[in-house]
Design a protein around this ligand. Sequence first.
Ligand SMILES: [Zn+2]
Length: 80
Amino acid sequence: MKQVDCEEVKRSVHEFLHSEMQQEQQDDITAHLANCDSCEEHYDIEIVFNQVIQRSCDEAPAEELAKRVMQRLREVQDHD
Ligand SMILES: [Zn+2]
């Protein structure tokens, strides 16, 4: 997994919110958001994910996507 910095998150957050990025890149951003206090202040993680989920419901059932994102977040946090 690639290490992303806050600047990259800032640049990527638009695509992230619109689910326009690769799954792998999305994971990198998710991992950063989960572990970065500074970004956590700027982007309320729950709000960010809610937006991701809302914007993605055309492509995937919202419930399924929510589960996937929350599980991913838990994995990321467990590895810390
Ligand atoms: Zn950050």
